[in-house]
Design a protein around this ligand. Structure first.
Ligand code: RUQ
Ligand code: CUA
Length: 622
């Protein structure tokens, strides 16, 4: 915010906010059942000022939250917490026509939902570089969103052998790989339908690396590692001193089946896997590994030095590497402490073969030898993020709070309650080599009573916390649709999104830029209609085909003006295309229903938007 704007805020808006704050104090803000004590009016005024983004002003950060089983990604601005956009990824989205045109339909490949969990921005030298955003889907898939236009460009998978891909899409510090892993171990290959009674011996876990082309971001199969049938949960890539290593948590190291909340809680510890991914790369290059389902699978027994197990509190969830790469933070989900493992000690233990056992030939490092501290953060530590001043922030699900603590001295310096039941948290660039501090968002699992009631299907609450000072301060409650599991916050000036597709970049073979070129051609029973969309006409206004024809409509929006989108809706054929300025989209369908059907522009585009319409006439057979 500029100084000038700030002073305007201080004397103008802030005055009004202070009054509002005093009023709010008097009327007691409606908390759950009205029992909550009102915040001091000065706190409200400060919070309001810190989150207020004046009309026309822009937010400082992009906040990308996964949409869980909605299959989408939500985009917010921080600090306003305004919802700016929804990026459809694994689910068709009529609002942008995603999943209706030939290209996006092919990408979804018949699936109509996904469970999208953990977004991971591309990195250069461990810092977000603003190019792409990767996100995993439980169904063995991973997607790449291009941050130049905020569109999903590629979906890879379902990847062979991976089952219940929860433990992705963590990227390595120079975006060499995005990761995957099986949460639901299964026989490999899955078609080998061995009964659950053979779980402990015949079912396998898989950890997988997806290769990313450094220029284009194109993803391809990398390699996989076969593991005991643990449930691989979350991960993080090593950075700086630990660069070249990848860490993953697991639960159910008991290899149990049935009621896991009981059966998978027998041992005192589970594990964090430490994988030397550069060694994996080398082993694959040397021809080690077995080809299974089109991907090279490494067996850690045959590649010594590839993988180690770090004992961790029972059922850990997040594993998070500190900005300098020195510490690996992991917690038993039901414990009151989180453990800071020391990467150097891990290396020493590996060198000295300081092992406490093994699992199917994978050495287990001695807990006492690799841990630096058990930090008394509070109950239910799930996930840790960092600021730029050497502090860590751990979400506490059971305590419903966030603990702030110091790396190195391990003292807990502050705690703030969350409403309610925080899952993950997201600090500004908080998992990079240079976190910004400033803001943190608590992604809460429950929101009851903190918003106008919308019936039983309740939104989730995301709470914005100021972490710029010693004490954390709650600034704002925002609400999202189900179900953000994880989020990332990127400095807004790192992204340079385009607002129209430049005409000269459109290389689509069916693009046309002049209404004179619009029209219908026929080859046998195949009809091609080249269509121009521009205010306020769809040219041609009339398309005639015969019943049974295969109709391909290629439409180009020839606008080069910001926000001038046009749509092409054909209700009777369930077709809904949205074309951005400068873009060409194609839809192919069989004209199997005879009759007269109107098509029309679905996006409000001009005073004569309503006139932007036409007719498809399908002449009956015979
Ligand atoms: S994540 S909270 Cu913890 Cu994939 Cu769901
Ligand atoms: Cu074009 Cu409305």
């Amino acid at each position: 915010m500029t100084e000038k704007k700030k002073s305007v805020l201080t004397w103008g808006v802030l005055g009004a906010i202070v009054v509002a704050g005093v009023l709010a104090g008097r009327c007691a803000p409606s908390g759950p059942k009205g029992k909550k004590a009102p915040a001091a009016s000065s706190d409200i005024a400060v919070a309001a000022q810190k989150t207020y983004v004046a009309p026309g002003d822009l937010d400082e950060y992009y906040f990308f939250a996964s949409g869980g089983h909605s299959g989408q990604m939500y985009v917010y601005g921080v600090p306003s917490m305004r919802h700016l956009s929804t990026i459809p990824v694994f689910t068709p989205y009529p609002a942008t026509g995603y999943g209706f045109d030939d290209e996006s339909k092919a990408m979804l490949n018949g699936l109509t939902w996904g469970d999208a969990h953990h977004p991971a921005p591309s990195e250069t030298a461990g810092d977000y570089d603003g190019r792409w955003l990767f996100i995993n889907d439980m169904n063995g898939r991973i997607a790449r969103i291009d941050l130049r236009d905020f569109k999903t460009k590629q979906i890879l998978g379902p990847v062979a052998n991976v089952s219940g891909n929860h433990s992705g899409a963590y990227v390595t510090p120079n975006t060499e790989y995005a990761m995957m892993g099986s949460r639901f171990s299964a026989p490999v290959p899955k078609t080998n339908a061995v009964g659950i009674d053979k779980y402990a011996s015949e079912y396998k876990g898989i950890l997988a690396a997806i290769r990313i082309d450094p220029k284009s971001g194109e993803m391809s199969l990398g390699w996989e590692i076969v593991t005991p049938p643990f449930n691989w949960d979350l991960g993080d890539a090593g950075k700086k001193v630990s660069e070249g290593w990848m860490f993953w948590t697991c639960y159910n190291s008991e290899r149990a089946t049935g009621k896991l909340e009981v059966t998978a809680s027998q041992a005192d510890r589970d594990y964090i896997a430490a994988v030397d991914w550069k060694a994996a790369e080398k082993a694959v290059a040397e021809g080690k590994g077995e080809m299974m389902g089109g991907v090279k699978v490494l067996d850690p027994r045959k590649v010594p030095g590839l993988m180690y197990l770090m004992p961790c509190g029972k059922s850990p969830h997040g594993v998070d590497v500190s900005p300098d790469g020195k510490y690996i933070i992991g917690s038993g989900k039901l414990q009151g402490v989180t453990t800071a493992f020391n990467f150097e000690k891990v290396q020493t233990a590996i060198r000295n073969k300081d092992f406490s056992g093994e699992e199917d030939g994978i050495p287990v490092l001695k807990y006492e030898s690799i841990k630096d501290a058990e930090v008394e953060v509070g109950l239910g530590p799930l996930h840790t993020q960092f600021d730029g001043d050497g502090y860590a922030y751990t979400s506490l699900f059971v305590d419903s709070a966030i603990a702030k603590w110091k790396l190195g001295t391990w003292e807990v310096v502050d705690k703030i309650p969350m409403s309610y039941s925080i899952g993950h948290l997201c600090a500004a660039e908080g998992d990079t080599v240079s976190p910004d501090g400033k803001y943190l968002v608590g992604l809460n699992k429950l929101s009851h009573g903190r918003h106008l009631s919308v019936g039983p299907s309740q939104p989730e609450s995301s709470q914005l916390v100021d972490i710029s000072e010693e004490k954390m301060k709650l600034l704002y409650d925002a609400f999202t649709e189900p179900e953000p599991h994880y989020a990332v916050m990127i400095k807004a000036d790192k992204l340079k999104p385009i607002e129209v597709y430049p005409k000269e970049e459109n290389k689509h073979p069916l693009a046309i830029w002049d209404v004179k070129d619009a029209g219908v051609t026929r080859t046998g029973t195949e009809v091609l209609a080249k269509v121009v969309l521009v205010r306020s006409t769809i040219t041609p206004e009339y398309i005639e085909v015969n019943q049974g024809d295969t109709v391909k409509i290629a439409m180009t929006n020839i606008e080069q003006t910001t926000d001038e989108l046009h749509g092409w809706g054909l209700l009777d054929y369930n077709i809904n295309i949205v074309v951005d300025p400068g873009e060409t989209k194609v839809v192919t369908f069989k004209a199997d229903k005879p009759g007269v059907f109107a098509y029309y522009c679905t996006n409000f585009c001009s005073a004569l938007h309503q006139e932007m319409q036409g007719y498809l006439v399908v002449k009956p057979k015979g």
